[in-house]
Unconditional design. Structure first.
Lengths: 277, 355
């Protein structure tokens, strides 16, 4: 299996403002020496709490923010030094889905335009071909042709996220970065979207970088899991291993706090007992 | 595996709880005035919180759980209570004068909201905000400082004397929520209404805050109405749980029993749809078809019937009755719990697929 995406020693530092010139220069290490790879058709989960650098990592890969140092290779091509036109080509192959579907869809645009825009921007279709491709995409994510002329606010959160997924898939990407893609959804809808993402992965051989603060969601979705804390990778490996036999104390603490709430697992009663005493 | 319950973590508390109702909500209906006319947002809500007990109201967006809490606090804004009664310590609250309600809030009923940053005033120091709550509750001025420090210590804020001079933005999210809890506790309330108290917090911080709330509750004997969307929070905190869907109560009962063996098809499906450590990664997740109905959608019959895997013809036209079992569990369904279990064996057998 070949690696589609390889990130090597990624670093993102933000300088802190100084109150005076005599004050020493200080920096926030948002992402500090992060390396990983995602194979074709596979899912790498990134789990961590707020401030762990998981979203910044995603943004570095798509060059939504510039890395301080390190390298990103997509299908062998250097992403961070790619020129404008190379980047435009690359962006079609790497797409992103965000947490808040209604916030990431333009409220003034009809669904057909939201989903069709990438086709037009990247000159992948024109005229009537756009509309038929849009309908095809909508049906792929479980929406219908009748939704084309509606606005995003007419849909529930789950439906809006389906539309965002359709838009992300418009350019036939190979890698989709899901940044807390199901976190804002209602529980009863979250599972639908997880199943949809898994089906689309099998159908199109997609690779996912699946970012979430929810351990159980990451466990369900990911072949491999990377745990981040304060900008650094504390543990990485096959999902079964990271969850079954965590080696880093932080991973263990994270799993323990999740297990406490899981009344279905046999360990819960014991852990609750420990916590009480 | 399913049979394991959480009773162990709550057993002691439920024994301690006196069987005296502190809060009794009966037949509550809330209407909001909108440009498109009046909108009934919750209806037929019955719930009881006993002294020292924690009752969780769990539901998804649009279920009416927060509106129910706001109605109890008389903080409905554009909404009004169109029917029903709310009794607190035997006293009817519906129709109470705003000034009388003000005296109740903060003193007899403390509040904890989801977002601590917006619950706190950014312009005032922590000490000033605690003082406001304490003075409001009748603490003598000369005792305010000592009591403030004591409260901060109780909620686990380190170096309380220095912290009194700090502003909310100088605290982390978890510390801010600790402060909000300290303010809620300032007047030794008899009831705390907590609306998604840990939803905005990280997992490890959430665990700390839940521990804190539990230990403070145990010490003070305060009752709590906990509003949440998260079943794992319910499992850790509540003696009893009330499940809401689309503005109505669908199931209620002791937490351990409801989680181990839910009676209502919605509760069953909801629990199955949450990924857990034991979820089979090689299978599609069990899902509930369709979407949460909008508040404006007037669903006939049972509110859940368009999404219910067990829906029958009558569910679409006739509103189901509330079934009450001898042990005090309720379920709003045409089918008895045995019938539900027989037709849909095992929680995970809820119709698969994505839609």
């Amino acid at each position: 299996m070949s690696a589609l995406l390889v990130a090597d020693h990624l670093v993102k530092h933000y300088p802190l403002r100084r109150r005076s010139l005599r004050e020493p220069r200080r920096t926030v290490h948002a992402v500090n020496d992060v390396s990983f790879s995602v194979d074709r058709g596979r899912t790498l989960g990134i789990v961590g709490e707020s401030g762990s650098g998981k979203s910044t990592t995603a943004r570095l890969i798509l060059r939504m923010v510039d890395a301080t140092s390190g390298s990103v290779r997509f299908d062998g091509q250097d992403v961070l030094s790619a020129g404008r036109s190379e980047m435009k080509a690359l962006r079609q192959r790497m797409q992103m889905i965000f947490q808040d579907p209604r916030g990431s869809l333009n409220p003034r645009m009809r669904v057909g335009d939201v989903v069709g825009e990438p086709l037009v921007v990247h000159r992948r279709a024109s005229g009537v071909a756009v509309r038929s491709r849009v309908i095809e995409l909508l049906e792929m994510v479980g929406m219908s042709a009748g939704d084309v002329d509606k606005f995003a606010h007419q849909f529930s959160g789950g439906q809006a996220q389906r539309i965002a997924i359709a838009r992300a898939l418009a350019t036939d990407p190979e890698l989709v970065i899901c940044d807390e893609a199901v976190s804002a959804l209602d529980v009863s809808v979250q599972a639908q979207i997880l199943n949809l993402l898994r089906r689309l992965q099998t159908e199109f051989g997609l690779s996912y970088l699946f970012i979430s603060h929810d351990l159980n969601v990451v466990r369900y979705m990911s072949d491999d899991t990377m745990v981040m804390y304060l900008g650094e990778v504390v543990e990485t490996g096959p999902t079964e291993q990271v969850f079954g036999a965590p080696t880093h104390p932080y991973t263990q603490a994270l799993l323990a706090s999740a297990a406490r709430g899981d009344w279905r697992s046999a360990r819960t009663a014991d852990l609750a007992g420990v916590a009480e005493s | 595996m399913r049979a394991r319950t959480v009773s162990r973590s709550h057993g002691e508390e439920s024994v301690e709880a006196e069987e005296r109702p502190l809060l009794e909500v009966a037949g509550l209906e809330v209407v909001f005035r909108t440009l498109a006319g009046d909108l009934t947002v919750v209806q037929e809500i019955d719930l009881v919180v006993l002294e020292a007990e924690t009752v969780a109201v769990v539901g998804e967006s649009g279920s009416g759980k927060s509106v129910t809490a706001l109605a109890i606090m008389n903080l409905l804004g554009n909404g009004r209570i169109s029917e029903g009664s709310i009794r607190f310590g035997g006293r009817e609250l519906v129709g109470l004068k705003p000034s009388a309600y003000r005296r109740l809030r903060g003193r007899d009923i403390g509040m904890i909201f989801q977002d601590p940053l917006s619950a706190l005033d950014p312009l005032f120091t922590i000490g000033r905000q605690l003082r406001e709550a304490l003075v409001w509750g009748g603490t003598p001025r000369e005792q305010v400082r000592a009591r403030s420090i004591e409260l901060l210590q109780q909620v686990g804020i380190a170096d309380p004397e220095r912290r009194l001079r700090a502003y909310p933005h100088e605290l982390s999210g978890g510390q801010r929520q600790r402060l909000v809890i300290a303010i809620a506790l300032a007047c030794n309330p008899r009831l705390i209404v907590a609306d998604e108290p840990t939803t905005a917090l990280d997992a490890t911080v959430e665990a700390q805050i839940l521990d804190l709330i539990r230990s403070l509750k145990k010490r003070s004997g305060t009752a709590m109405l906990l509003i949440t969307h998260d079943m794992s929070v319910v499992a850790q905190m509540a003696d009893r749980v009330v499940v809401m869907y689309a503005g109505m109560l669908v199931e209620s009962g002791p937490t351990a029993e409801v989680l181990a063996e839910p009676h209502h098809p919605y509760t069953r499906a909801l629990i199955a749809a949450v990924p857990s450590v034991s979820t089979d990664r090689n299978q599609p997740m069990p899902t509930i078809e369709g979407n949460v109905p909008s508040v404006r959608a007037q669903v006939s019959g049972c509110r859940f019937h368009p999404r219910c895997p067990l829906a029958m013809e009558r569910c679409a036209s006739e509103a189901p009755p509330v079934r009450v079992t001898p042990d005090g569990r309720t379920s709003r369904c045409w089918l008895s719990s045995d019938e539900v279990a027989a037709r849909e064996p095992g929680l995970v057998a809820v119709a698969g697929g994505e839609r």
